[in-house]
Design a protein around this ligand. Sequence first.
Ligand code: NAD
Length: 415
Amino acid sequence: MDYKIKDITLAPKGNLQLEWAAMHMPALEEVRKDFLKTKPFKGKRISALLHVTKETGMLMRCLKAGGAELALGAGNPLSTQDDIAAALVKDGVRVYAWKGESVAQYNESISKVLDFDPDIIIDDGADLHTLAHSKKADVSAVGGTEETTSGIHRVKAMEKDGVLKYPIIAVNNANTKYLFDNRYGTGQSTVDGIIRATNIFIPGKIAVVGGYGWVGRGVAMRLRGVGARVIITEVDPFKALEANMDGFDVMTMDQAAEVGDIFVTATGDIDIIVGKHMKKMKDGAILCNTGHFDVEVDVKALREMAKKRREIRSSLEEYTLPNGRRLYLLAEGRLVNLGAAEGHPSEVMDLSFCNQALSAKYVLENSGSLENKVYKIPDEIDRMIASIKLKALGIKIDKLSDKQQRYLSQWEYGT
Ligand SMILES: NC(=O)c1ccc[n+]([C@@H]2O[C@H](COP(=O)([O-])OP(=O)(O)OC[C@H]3O[C@@H](n4cnc5c(N)ncnc54)[C@H](O)[C@@H]3O)[C@@H](O)[C@H]2O)c1
């Protein structure tokens, strides 16, 4: 079997991680048990581009239980956990990923994942969908899925331009994905990444969060939870107002640059922190990004501007500016929660990857009737995932009575 990873002897270590993840992903386990019986992917090939974490490992095992043959690449050059990659190769997954791939190596790995001629493409950020649409005239895939907000922007742009060659399920847009993964998952794991990279004391620090979308609000909430004073920057007046009424200071990045101790970008947009902001920052300011691509902090400008660069410790680089101030960049400006920590905890990825597994099944079973468009996962599947998770957590909820249902759908009864 073809594969390219760092070190196959790490497999036993990876298996222990996977065992630990399995304990915390009960909903995905229910899906896996069902797949084992029903084999929805029998004889089918799936190519996936996802951060190679223990949670992705559990998704691979779930799809494999469903009969799929699998090829896997990383969602980002820094996000692979090499022990998990090794364990998955031992499971029979063609993995092309290792931590610290160069951009050229990363692109080569994605090509290999696509050369597997998949029936389904699972993606996180749409690099694989984009390659599938630009590399080959005859795309083998009959459907795909997309995990994250930035990837949804890209596949929607493809849909708008009329170039999509297969239907794509927008996994990110399921309630059981963005409400939990983007908000609570990124909230916790981003703070985890900042702490692992720096081990700084957060109480009393001024943290600036760029963007108050689902990710931004999770990060802001959790930074406040560990004692930071949080400032939000936004371009959307509703989000800005919401941040204000949630009790955060709201200002422009120009204003925030002068006062922040820790900067976190979470917009999915480009050029949130650029040279003119960096020049205003305090000595010792920490910069990181938790949006999908490394375009939010202008790392090129920082490198060009700096007169000195040192690597202080893993995931922590020091740049000395001509004004003598030192700025500290985490995880090279790539996703800090995956570059400097391990990504989201298993409990929250349990929901996201139930969505991935069931979306892959759905798009395969319905490829004949779906158009080459971006679809939301059907509401009944989204609800079913929430119900499975509640059951796994031992939480019961009330049910609408017939009388309540009638009341909620009538107009006659009022005051
Ligand atoms: N780190 C992770 O593990 C992880 C997890 C999920 C999503 N993401 C990524 O995080 C990013 C944000 O995702 P989301 O779901 O919160 O998206 P979202 O659309 O809900 O929020 C983005 C917010 O950024 C704001 N914004 C856009 N341009 C801005 C600018 N110039 N200045 C200030 N604010 C600006 C928007 O108004 C919006 O409120 C995406 O790139 C997404 O793919 C990362």
